[in-house]
Ligand binder design. Structure first.
Ligand code: NIG
Ligand code: FE
Length: 399
């Protein structure tokens, strides 16, 4: 007998990702559908057969679990003091130049022990789960020394073993330059000290850099990402967040799986992403929180570049974990439809983190499924700030 069935749902899902262009607006919709689950996988759709456990969706919405493909979820401390400064007109960059910003979280994270970081992160993951997030990418980048970057990645590794969600680890040693090292000296530490050790211990799947004016140049970013690739890590880029800094332009050179942020991509950058099949991971909560410029989501869709959305959860630029709210912000800031936002937070996000076995409701896929307390998919971003999630099924288990 199968383990679980979800019956009578309005199942809304995309199939055959990554989904591009006008296809992002047209999910498959199955009314009164049944999903059969066994051993963690979806084994049949719309067949009725006995199962050990049944969830009756009563005609309500059933969608894939959300995939949050860009977070900085492991850190200590908080930065509400900066929030107030920014409300008074001091910019994110000015705060960073004065030693606040990322470096203030680096100080707090260096001072926290493993256990404290694990406990803080677990609480955040549980909260995200209650909002339907079943897969989470987590970056290092608040250590900026070999010892502290490894500590962060070990914490992420522990979360991978002990949390409900699928955890995807990313090495972001190039998040900032540490104040206690010279520029060349730190580049050397990343390339010759951190990377070999991380690869040897298999502590990360992705490598990321903050390619931005005042942080890592295009050339430095390229060097780090190519070396990471030599060590078997897949490249991601924090690209063109605050200015057109060239991040997206190296997408093809390094074979970037995703470019993230993208408020100011150049035409050259968009072409490079298109040629490389790079996913555009857009972060609308960050745009709102920093009063920044919205990424040109419609342009990416028109160019057939797969668009994903993510929370960017972090203490400086986006203290939000709720993916339904991120969907609302994506619709409002980018003028994309609720269906496009759903596509961006599920199947396309799966491709941004190379979890292609997740992100949709299809036979043969992992059973990461949400049963919601609403009638249709458009209600998710419409009920702004409302949590629609009633049941979370992760790897076939009701959480
Ligand atoms: O994605 N842009 C760089 N990194 C983060 C912010 C991190 C922080 O402010 O602590 C981001 O927005
Ligand atoms: Fe980020």
């Amino acid at each position: 007998m199968d383990d679980l069935k979800i019956i009578n749902g309005r199942v809304v899902t995309f199939q055959d990702g990554p989904v591009r262009g006008s296809h992002m607006d047209f999910p498959l919709v199955l009314e009164n559908a049944n999903i059969i689950i066994d051993d963690g996988y979806i084994t049949a759709i719309d067949s009725d057969r006995p199962a050990k456990k049944t969830i009756d969706a009563r005609g309500k919405l059933v969608i894939p679990g959300f995939i949050d493909s860009h977070t900085h979820l492991v850190f200590a401390g908080s930065r509400e003091d900066e929030f107030e400064k920014r409300l008074k007109g001091i910019s994110y960059q000015e705060i960073a130049r004065e030693g606040g910003g990322i470096l203030s979280t680096v100080r707090a994270t260096r001072n926290a022990d493993r256990n404290t970081l694990i406990q803080l992160a677990k609480k955040r993951l549980d909260f995200a789960l209650s909002w339907g997030t079943t897969t989470v990418e987590i970056k290092s980048g608040y250590g900026l020394s070999t010892k502290d970057e490894l500590k962060m990645l070990e914490v992420i590794d522990e979360l991978k073993k002990t949390s409900h969600q699928t955890i995807v680890p990313t090495f972001l040693g190039a998040h900032e330059f540490p104040p206690d090292r010279g520029r060349d000296e730190y580049m050397n530490i990343i390339l010759n000290e951190m990377l070999p050790e991380i690869a040897r211990r298999k502590l990360a799947r992705f490598i990321d850099v903050f390619c931005e004016d005042g942080v890592y140049t295009k050339e430095e970013s390229k060097k780090i990402l190519l070396k990471g690739r030599d060590f078997g890590l897949f490249p991601k880029i924090h690209a063109d967040e605050l200015a057109s800094s060239g991040g997206s332009e190296i997408a093809e050179d390094v074979g970037a799986i995703s470019c993230d942020h993208l408020s100011y991509p150049s035409e050259e950058g968009i072409d490079a992403m298109k040629r490389a099949g790079t996913v555009a991971v857009l972060l609308p909560a960050t745009t709102l929180f920093l009063s920044g410029k919205s990424a040109p989501a419609r342009k990416f869709i028109d160019e057939d570049i797969p668009v994903a959305i993510a929370s960017d959860f972090n203490p400086g630029s986006s203290p939000v974990l709720a993916m339904p709210l991120v969907m609302s912000l994506a619709c409002l800031l980018y003028r994309i439809t609720p269906r496009e936002a759903l596509c961006a937070g599920t199947i396309n996000a799966a491709y941004a983190v190379r979890e292609e076995k997740r992100g949709s409701i299809e036979v043969g896929k992992k059973a990461d499924i949400l049963v919601c307390d609403c009638e249709n998919e458009n209600e998710i971003p419409y009920w702004f700030g409302f949590n629609p999630v009633r049941y979370v099924v992760k790897d076939g288990k009701v959480i």
